[in-house]
Structures are given as C-alpha cells and as structure tokens.
Design a protein around this ligand. Structure first.
Ligand code: NAD
Length: 479
C-alpha cells in the first residue's frame, strides 16, 4: 500500500520545512478531503534558495558534460524504479487515472534520458577568420540560475522539460511547482537529488504564486524564467521578465482546432480525437477543442464522437476501470458549468454531458456541444476540461478562417486523405504544432510550444536546449 506524504521544500540539497512553519492543505479532487500539507515558502526561504542556486550554478557549470549526463540518466532510472509509488501520489492529488499517471512518469524518464544525451552535444562554432593568426570561436555557456513555474495538469511532465533542459546545459534551477499537486513534482526533484546532483543545483519551493514569481523574476541572481500556465499570467510574467531583461520561455493556453475533411478516415478520426479530448479530463493545453467537420461527414462524425464520449467510464482514478478521473480542482467545475450554460443560452445544442456528477469530488460528464455560435464564450476561451465543440464547414477557406480566428496558436489537428490538403494546412495553419491523421505531439525530441498568445520558445527538441545557453564569441590573435 502506498502513502500520500506531506511535502517539504528542497533547498541547497536538503529537504526542509518553511522557516515560518507555514503550510498549505492538499486536496484529493476525487473526495475533496485534505490528504496532506505542503510547506509554504516566503521571502526568507526564497533568499536561501537563491543563494543555493547561485552557488550550485558555479559548481555545476564546471561539471563535465559526461558527468551531468550520467547523473541525469541515474535520475531517470530512479524515477522508473519508483513509478508505482509516484503514480499513486499523482492520482491522489491530481485525479487522473493511474494508467495515465504511470504513462506520465515513463514519459518523464524518457525525457530526462533524451536531454542527458543532448548534454553532450552543446556544440559551438569555429568561424574562418579574415586575418592569418586569428582564431574566431563561439562557445555555448549555460545562461545561469533559472526560475521555473509549472502547473497542476501534468505535475511531472510540465516540470521535467524545464528541469532537464536546465540541468543538461549546466544551469541551476529554482522550481515553483503547482501547490495543488506538490508531491509528484517533489518526487521528480527527489530522483535528481538521490542520483547525486550537487547541492544547490535543483531547488523546489511552493507558496503564493504571484509573491514567489514577482520576487524571483526580478532578482538579479535569476537569469532565465520559464512558465507554463494561462495566457493572462504568462503575459504578466513576460512583461516582468522584459523589465528586468531576463530570457523567457512561455508555454501558455491553447484552443486547438481539429479539421475533419470529408476524404478522411472518419472512424480513425473519432477514435484518435476522442481519446485525446478526454485524456486527463481535457485539462491539457494541446487538447482538441474546436472540431470543424466538413458537411458531408458531419452527421457520421458527431454520432460516433457522442458514442465515444458516452462510453467513457468516469470515476476515482485509483479504480482499475476508470478512464477519466475528476477535474483537478473546484475552479474547473464552476468554469465549465458557466461555459456550457452560456453556449446553450446562445443556441448551442448540448449533445451529451454538461453536468457535474455527484456531490463529492470534482467529477464532470464527458460533454459534446454542437452548432455553437462563435459569440459563445467557449468558442473564444480555453475550456480546459472535457468539452468538445463540434461545428461544420463547407470548404477549405472557411475551415482555415475559423481555425486561425483566435489569438491562440498552440496545437492543431487535421484528418484528410489528400496530400495536397495536408500540405496546404502545413503552410496556412497559424499554430506551433500540427498533427495530421494521428496524434503525435509532445515527444522529447520534437519542438513543443506555441505562437501568438500561446507564448514563445519551445520545450522539446534541440531548440529547447538552445534556450538555456548563451553564445559567447571569442576572437584570439596568436601571440
Ligand atoms: P491560473 O492562471 O491562476 O494558474 C495556472 C498556473 O499558473 C498554476 O499552476 C498557478 O499556480 C500558476 N500561477 C498563477 N499565477 C501565477 C503567478 N503570478 N506567478 C507564477 N505562477 C502563477 O489558473 P488555474 O485556475 O490554475 O487554471 C486556469 C487556466 O490556466 C486554465 O483554464 C488554463 O487555461 C490554464 N492552464 C494552462 C496550463 C497549460 O498546460 N498551459 C496548465 C494549467 C492551467
């Protein structure tokens, strides 16, 4: 039997309570019961973390790339070995089914391994000189101590990309992970600590988000920030980073369009998108959201999708046959009820779902809305929950117009049998990621990030490593 722990801060290689002794309660979203507490950091704790990150950086940047890589691989192996205990904690605090928690942990270990390999490939350049006797080189240096802010929907996977990129390049990091899901993030940090990473290189705090971010982002020790969360908070933090001339990576909200053309394999489109829509109860920044189906296949797609939604077994994530757990917190329940009510009041058809389930736990029905007018709030705001919006289109131009209408540009999906349509989509969709005829995003080795109001920078692939490095040009004359 696994336990849910109380969660401490990790500062300068030590697990510790907050100096002021304050804590935050942690709620199980399936029962609404308090299951533990997390330490709440204030400024004196942050000052210790900043000193530790500063000292840790000086040690870590001088540590050889091979050794950094070796320690990271060890952390990945520890995470795999501890998967069952961590999956239990993640499901308790976040709600997702155990199988999805296990997948998240396996994916995180894979991500650490990939970045560990990249640690050995932060190549610079030699530039031919104009004069004989001159050597011109560009070396890649770690940018410095990083502050990272991560949300509750994927408590480990949102963090592992930032942590791995920072650690593989020789940066130190202070993580403020989500207060709602502190234990799984702490277990990821523990894997790095137990692998033998030097004191001060990774640090973990929890607290009042705005209090922590405003202090860390502005602090001269911090050289880069990385945030995953909503667009409004991201814009505030990006503005603060700009004011203090800090590098920033912003992975923000989305409202993914899904274009289903009449030449697509409709059964496959239903199976792939229903799975992606209701995974993690729809609390996924790249979740398919605005379905646009070409007239000739619309009836068939909607019917099949509704059946798939009704087949989903909703329940406590700890139960074996649960396919969708509760929403992660009470804020999502009220937000979704309001979005569905607004859409229906504006003429949308509620095809299935739309209600809270029971009176205990934040359970919500897998929901499908159709014929939703673009004036409805849900057509413009990220639902971040298990609601699919299915509308129709007649031709390519209309579909692209609607897909690109919103200021978001994170993920997009399309299903078509035409290579020409697929090519045109690749050119015209305003999106950071486009998945055609399957769901193939979020692997360690490929870019992960958005454009427009969905943010900037990428958290996967070689570009993710680049954003933790700065180029230093050195020109040297012989003698
Ligand atoms: P929120 O915007 O208050 O918080 C989102 C995350 O940002 C949380 O983890 C929170 O702790 C953190 N945060 C909030 N204010 C902060 C600040 N000033 N400094 C640093 N961190 C801060 O919203 P929420 O109620 O938790 O979620 C609502 C919306 O956030 C969702 O509808 C969704 O649009 C977005 N969200 C996006 C992702 C993502 O993966 N991109 C994840 C979680 C939430």
């Amino acid at each position: 039997m696994h336990n849910y722990p109380n969660v401490q801060l990790f500062i300068n290689g030590l697990w510790c309570d907050a100096i002021g002794g304050e804590t935050l309660p942690i709620t199980d979203p399936a029962t609404e019961h308090t299951i533990g507490h997390a330490a709440l950091a204030r400024q004196p704790d942050l000052d210790l973390a900043l000193q530790a990150a500063d000292a840790g950086f000086k040690v870590w940047r001088e540590t050889g790339a091979l050794e950094r890589s070796r320690l990271m691989r060890k952390a990945a192996d520890l995470l795999r070995a501890r998967s069952e205990a961590i999956a239990y904690m993640m499901t308790r605090e976040q709600g997702k089914p155990l199988a999805q928690s296990r997948m998240e942990i396996a994916g995180a270990a894979d991500t650490i391994d990939w970045f560990a390999e990249e640690a050995r490939r932060t190549y610079g350049q030699v530039i031919p000189a104009r004069l004989s006797g001159v050597q011109q080189i560009v070396v890649k240096m770690p940018v410095g101590p990083v502050a990272a802010f991560t949300p509750w929907n994927f408590p480990i996977n949102q963090l592992v990309r930032k942590l791995s990129a920072a650690v593989c390049t020789g940066c130190s990091i202070i993580v403020k992970a989500a207060e709602e899901t502190p234990a799984s993030a702490a277990e990821l940090i523990r894997a790095f600590a137990d692998a033998g990473i030097p004191a001060g290189v990774v640090n973990l705090v929890y607290g009042v988000p705005a209090e922590i971010s405003s202090y860390l982002v502005a602090h001269p020790i911090i050289r880069k920030i990385s945030f995953t969360g909503s667009t409004p908070v991201g814009k505030d933090l990006a503005a603060l980073a700009g004011k203090h001339m800090k590098r920033a990576t912003m992975e923000l909200g989305g409202h993914a369009p899904v274009l289903i053309f009449d030449d697509a394999d409709i059964d496959k489109a239903i199976a792939v998108t229903a799975l992606a829509k209701y995974r993690n109860a729809g609390q996924v920044c790249v979740a398919p959201t605005r379905f646009l189906v070409q007239e000739a296949v619309a009836e068939r797609f909607i019917k099949g999708f509704i059946e798939a939604a009704r087949d989903i077994k909703v329940g406590n994530g700890l139960e074996q046959d649960t396919a969708m757990g509760p929403l992660a917190n009470g804020r999502r329940v009220s937000a979704l009820l309001a979005l569905v009510a607004d859409a229906v009041s504006q003429g949308a058809r509620l095809e299935t779902g739309g209600h809270r389930i029971g009176h205990e736990g934040y359970f919500f029905e897998p929901t499908v809305l159709s014929q939703v007018p673009i004036s409805a709030r849900i057509m413009n705001e990220e639902p971040f929950g298990p609601v699919a919006i299915i509308n129709r289109f007649t031709d390519f131009a209309e579909a692209i117009g609607e897909a690109n209408r919103l200021p978001y540009g994170l993920a997009a999906y399309a299903f078509t049998g035409s290579a020409q349509t697929a090519y045109a989509l690749g050119r015209e969709m305003e999106t950071g990621m486009l998945s055609i005829n399957h769901n193939g995003m979020a692997l360690a080795e490929v870019p992960f990030g958005g454009i427009k109001d969905s943010g900037y920078g990428t958290e996967g692939g070689s570009e993710a490593v680049e954003s933790y490095l700065e180029s230093r040009f050195i020109t040297q004359m012989n003698g």
